[in-house]
Design a protein around this ligand. Structure first.
Ligand code: SF4
Ligand code: SF4
Length: 234
C-alpha cells in the first residue's frame, strides 16, 4: 500500500453471475476471504480480484459451475484429461500435480535421474484445491485405471490451507466410489514437496503396482456404471 500499487495475479477466479445460486460455498472455502456473497439477498458472488491468489478452490467447490479460473478453466483441464487418455488409457497413471510442490517434485526426480514408471501422465494445476471432483469422474469415465492427486504437505500449502479442501473432497469422492462399486484405492492422494524427488518416484512406483492390479474388466465396469449414471442424470 505504501508503494501506491499492488502486484495482482494473472491467474484469478471469475464468477459467471447467471449461473450463481448465491449458496455461499465459494466464500466459505476461499483462503484469502476474496469472495463475498449476500446469501439473503440472493445476489451473485463477488470476487475481489486484487485479493485472489488463483488457487482455484472456489471453482472446484462451486456446485453449479459458476466460477472459472483464468488459464485453468474446466474445459482446458478436461481437454488435457481427454488427450492423455485418448490412446490406451488403461496403461496410464493419471496424475494431478500442484505447481508449487508436486510438479516441482516430479521435475526434481527427473533432473536427479531417478527411475520411475514412464507411463505417469501429469496435469499441472496451481493448487491441488483446483482438482474438482468432476475431473476425477471424467477421467474414470474415460477409462483411467488409477488417479493420483498430489499437492503440498498439509501446513505447507502455497495458498494458506487450500489443500484441506482437497483432502475433504477426495474423501467424499472415495466414499461415492465405494457406493458405486468402484474400488476407492484407485484414487490416491499424496503430499509431495518440491524437494521430495525420491518420494515422487516411490509414489509413482506404488501407483504403477496399483495400476497393474486393475483389470480391463474392472475398468469397463467402472466406465459402464458412470456412463449409466450420466445418462440417468440426463
Ligand atoms: S459457490 Fe457457486 S453458486 Fe455458490 S455462491 Fe459461489 S459462485 Fe455462486
Ligand atoms: S478460492 Fe482461490 S481462486 Fe477462488 S477467489 Fe479465493 S484465492 Fe481466488
Amino acid at each position: 500500500m505504501h508503494a501506491g500499487h499492488i502486484t495482482a495475479e494473472a491467474i484469478t477466479a471469475e464468477v459467471i453471475p447467471e449461473l450463481c445460486k448465491s449458496c455461499g460455498k465459494c466464500a466459505e472455502v476461499c483462503p484469502y476471504n476474496a469472495i463475498s456473497v449476500d446469501v439473503k439477498a440472493k445476489q451473485p458472488a463477488k470476487i475481489t480480484t486484487a485479493a485472489c491468489s488463483g488457487c482455484g478452490t472456489c471453482a472446484a467447490e462451486c456446485p453449479f459451475g459458476a466460477i472459472t479460473t483464468h488459464h485453468f478453466t474446466d474445459p482446458q483441464i478436461t481437454q488435457q484429461i481427454d488427450a492423455l487418455l485418448e490412446d490406451r488409457p488403461g496403461d496410464k497413471i493419471l496424475t494431478f500435480a500442484c505447481n508449487w510442490c508436486s510438479y516441482a517434485g516430479a521435475d526434481y526426480a527427473g533432473v536427479s535421474r531417478l527411475q520411475y514408471p514412464p507411463n505417469a501422465r501429469l496435469i499441472r494445476t496451481m493448487c491441488s484445491g483446483r482438482v474438482a471432483d468432476s475431473f476425477i469422474w471424467h477421467a474414470f469415465r474415460k477409462g483411467a485405471p488409477v488417479i493420483l492427486v498430489s499437492g503440498c504437505h498439509i501446513g505447507d500449502c502455497h495458498y494458506i490451507d487450500a489443500n484441506h479442501w482437497t483432502e475433504k473432497r477426495i474423501g467424499k469422492v472415495r466414499a461415492k466410489m465405494e457406493k458405486r462399486g468402484i474400488r476407492p484405492e484407485r484414487l490416491q492422494l499424496e503430499w509431495i514437496s518440491a524437494a521430495e524427488g525420491v518420494r515422487f518416484a516411490e509414489v509413482m512406483t506404488r501407483m504403477e503396482a496399483l495400476r497393474q492390479s486393475v483389470t480391463p474388466a474392472e475398468i469397463a465396469a467402472t466406465v459402464a456404471a458412470l456412463e449409466k449414471k450420466t445418462a440417468a442424470a440426463g
